[in-house]
Design a binder for this molecule. Structure first.
Ligand code: NAD
Length: 382
């Protein structure tokens, strides 16, 4: 129905807005993450992240999951890891460049975002290099709680780089490991790890070889970085009842376990479609039997069923773990009042007037006239 021409023009009745989302994003960089971890303590952070990861695994079917997107080069890999539940979307950017440490850069570097599903608004932009070390160690320990022999006390830790302290502390706190047997091709890395763990309630021995470190251990964690089909653990090193926490074989063409080790073991994975491509099981036929770990947590499938069973957690790192860890960071930052609000998305009274941002007077522009800059001559109408 059209209004009569002489009718007074009145503002249309608009239903009151229920809630205006504030377009702010919290930014947590490395210094702020260090503050959070120091404030809460690393053990508490690992324990809380492990709890959240377990809760996420138990909500497995509620997540929209996909294998990660990878961009490979001869030097390494850069990956994007997206995942969402009904409320929050998360992604992580992460690389793996085993040669980086020679250039003074970490092998693994990461950052990520947590966003509202309802609006797409990014709520948290966060460093994830430290967080990846925490969530990987938390996931490893969570798996070992179900898959290692009860009473496991001795762990071999092969690869003593950036992830290794986090693995050691997670296994001490959540699994009860008291003795560590270290090996790294780079002895300086083992000495660094031993020094960092001094006074942490762990008996630490630096060993002469992987075989030496593995002998007699209850649990073997491999967390090496080498872009090759490595066989760090060979079948003759395997003893009845051992649990292998294989962390470093996480990319096509990058493995740590000899296929004979996998063939002799019960193998557990995070998200099967991703692990078939990236995990140590990339060496095995497509129908090689594996169990997704969430099925063990939910009680649907058994974990370890007898003392002599050899178990492997073929870890590659799954986006679900980062989703859980980002939620932890968001809540910890809010509780501690840590982090900056950054204007990652435009803030405007009229969201349809994006162009208006370019002509508005910038707050720090003083009395300068707004300007879009000179029009390039080539674009002038003829
Ligand atoms: N599964 C996951 O969720 C996950 C998460 C983070 C990192 N990672 C992987 O973990 C691995 C370690 O990461 P980082 O950040 O500690 O790397 P890093 O480069 O800091 O340390 C790796 C160490 O492995 C050692 N190494 C390499 N080959 C070895 C061998 N054959 N025997 C013994 N030691 C060897 C190196 O000397 C180095 O000290 C990487 O491969 C990374 O991609 C996996």
């Amino acid at each position: 129905m059209t209004a009569p021409a002489n009718a007074a023009i009145t503002a249309p009745t608009v239903a009151p807005m229920t809630r205006q989302p504030q377009p702010t994003t919290v930014y947590i960089g490395v210094p702020d993450m260090v503050r959070i971890i120091r404030h809460l303590g690393l053990s508490a952070c690992i324990a809380e992240v492990a709890e959240r990861i377990e809760a996420h695994f138990l909500r497995w079917t509620q997540f929209d999951k996909s294998a990660r997107l990878a961009c490979h080069s001869t030097a390494g890999v850069i990956e994007l890891m997206p995942i969402a539940d009904a409320h929050e979307f998360a992604f992580k950017y992460v690389n793996g460049h085993p040669g980086n440490t020679r250039l003074g850069l970490p092998t693994v570097m990461a950052f990520g975002v947590l966003a509202d599903v309802d609006t797409g608004l990014p709520r948290l932009l966060c460093e994830l290099t430290l967080v990846t070390a925490i969530r990987t160690a938390a996931t490893s320990a969570l798996a070992a709680q179900r898959l290692a022999r009860p009473g496991s006390r001795c762990m071999a830790l092969i690869g003593n780089g950036a992830q290794s302290e986090f693995q050691a502390i997670a296994f001490r706190d959540l699994v009860g490991i008291r003795e560590l047997r270290l090996f790294d091709l780079d002895r300086a890395a083992s000495l660094k790890l031993a020094a960092n763990l001094a006074g942490q309630g762990l008996a630490v021995v630096i060993c002469a070889s992987t075989a030496d470190a593995v002998r007699g251990a209850d649990i073997v964690t491999t967390v090496t970085a080498d872009k090759s089909l490595a066989t760090i653990i060979t079948p003759e090193m395997v003893e009845p009842g051992m649990h292998f926490n294989a962390v470093g074989g996480d990319c096509p063409g990058k493995t740590e376990l000899h296929r004979g080790v996998l063939a002799a073991a019960s193998v557990f994975v995070e998200f099967e479609p991703q692990t078939r491509i990236e995990g140590d099981i990339q060496q095995m036929p497509a129908d090689f039997p594996v169990t997704e770990f969430w099925r063990v947590l939910s009680g649907e499938q058994p974990g370890r069923s007898h003392a002599a069973q050899v178990t492997v957690f073929d870890s590659v790192g799954f986006a679900l773990e980062d989703h859980a860890a980002l939620g932890f960071v968001r809540d910890a930052a809010a509780e501690l009042g840590i982090g900056d609000c950054v204007e990652l998305v435009p803030q405007s009274a009229n969201p349809k007037n994006l162009f208006g941002l370019l002509t508005a007077v910038a707050p720090d522009a003083g009395n300068m006239a707004p300007s879009l800059g000179p029009v390039p001559p080539a674009r002038l109408p003829a």
